[in-house]
Ligand binder design. Structure first.
Ligand code: ZN
Length: 406
């Protein structure tokens, strides 16, 4: 399919910039219920004027307080969805936005109010051209992504169940002479090692002691080194707490011993190690975790220390499906057609919305559709207006492609 709508007319870009300024003027930090509702009002106004059916659900967030989820859809009823995802919340409360040499500097401008402005612009662009989004268009905007909140995760699980395609309005990145989209993301496994040895006075009964701390530290050094460069899995030892067992089991209270000479004469009989493995591929995950488990058993035997290794939590990786790859390749050629360079990131490390889909490999997933910029989560946060214009065309192109290919 030849790309068609990628050029965005100037007046439409100006209108999108004004919308982005309006969105950035609203303070919608994660806990700010009033600001979050205000965000949904403005987005409802825009989407309704473009023929969408919009509603706001109150969902119970952290601490049980009600937070808004915006759901906007095409009027036609469909069994499956083209699901668009975004978040209403920001990390910082807002300060007034300003235009500055081709950039809009504002709270959440990049992450990710720019993505909403680009989407509304894309729907306007399609309308101006006598086209429309897919009949199964469904936008879900959540209130607590920046705090890893339960509403975001629950909404992605719920609405993702029936999605054949998932488009995420988080910002793309700036590469060398290009902008990016994200097609694959690493999953992660949180793990915990608990080692228990035998306490003894290090002066008078040293050889009767069994140091859980030394055994766990030896293990920790080795598992970090199991990391593989490039697309391979990586192991991160995030935390290690060792000492006598009273110290380890009540470190909040007992941390007062740190920096003193007290209890250094005890062979350290307890050690906890916690961390993550991040991977693109489930076979890599299983291989690395098996290696960590066997090494724990080996080191436990060698040091005569009891060692338990547990997988605490798994978050699935997002892999590129054949239909997702076809859509992504189409967007790369659409950008080229419009005179700018788009590259695909297939090894992004951070977890995002699509990692929480019931089966991230079952849908076509494109993440990072929002405009690029810099200074995320700081007072210098900004969006590049040229990128906003590009992304309006890019999102319109994606919606048109999905409409014509499903
Ligand atoms: Zn974000």
């Amino acid at each position: 399919m030849t790309p068609t709508v990628i050029a965005t007319p100037g007046p439409l870009v100006e209108r999108s910039v004004r919308l982005l300024q309006e969105l950035c003027s609203i303070s919608s930090a994660s806990g700010d219920t009033e600001g979050l509702y205000r965000m949904t009002e403005i987005l409802c106004r825009e989407l309704t004027s473009l023929g969408m059916l919009s509603e706001v659900h109150a969902e119970s967030g952290i601490n049980g307080s009600a937070k808004p989820v915006l759901v906007a859809r095409s009027p036609s009823v469909s069994a499956r969805h083209t699901l668009l995802l975004g978040h209403l919340d920001t990390v910082l409360p807002a300060v007034p936005p300003k235009l500055d040499e081709g950039r809009l500097v504002g709270t959440g401008a990049l992450d990710m109010k720019g993505g909403f402005a680009a989407l509304v612009g894309a729907l306007q662009l399609l309308r101006e051209r006598g086209e429309g989004p897919p009949d199964d268009f469904l936008l879900v905007a959540v209130p607590d992504e920046e705090i890893g909140g339960p509403v975001s995760v629950g909404a992605v699980r719920h609405w993702g169940e029936l999605a054949h395609t998932v488009l995420v309005l988080e910002p793309g990145a700036v590469g060398e002479g290009c902008e990016t989209l994200v097609t694959a993301r690493r999953g992660l496994t949180v793990w915990r090692l608990d080692a228990r040895g035998r306490a003894a006075h290090s002066g008078v009964a040293y050889w009767e002691g069994r140091s859980a701390l030394a055994a766990a530290a030896a293990w920790a050094g080795s598992v970090q080194q199991m990391s593989e460069p490039g697309n391979g899995p990586v192991v991160n030892v995030g935390r290690i707490v060792g000492g006598d067992s009273e110290f380890v089991s009540d470190v909040g209270e007992e941390h007062r011993f740190i920096g003193t000479t007290e209890r250094l004469n005890i062979v350290a009989d307890r050690c906890l190690v916690e961390g993550e493995v991040r991977y693109l591929d489930l076979a890599d995950r299983d291989r690395i975790l098996q290696g960590m488990r066997s090494l724990a058993a080996e080191i436990g035997d060698a040091w005569d220390v009891g060692v338990s290794f547990k997988e605490v939590e798994h978050i699935l990786p997002v892999t590129v499906s054949p239909s997702g790859k076809a859509l992504a390749d189409h967007l790369v050629s659409a950008a080229e057609h419009a005179g700018w360079k788009l590259e695909l990131e297939d090894n992004r490390g951070g977890v995002s919305f699509p990692n929480f889909l019931p089966d991230p490999s079952a849908a076509s997933v494109i993440d990072g559709l929002g405009p690029v910029g810099g200074g995320m989560h700081t007072r210098e946060e900004h969006v590049v207006l040229e990128s906003l214009s590009r992304r309006i065309g890019l999102i319109a192109e994606a919606l048109l492609y999905i409409r014509n290919n499903n």
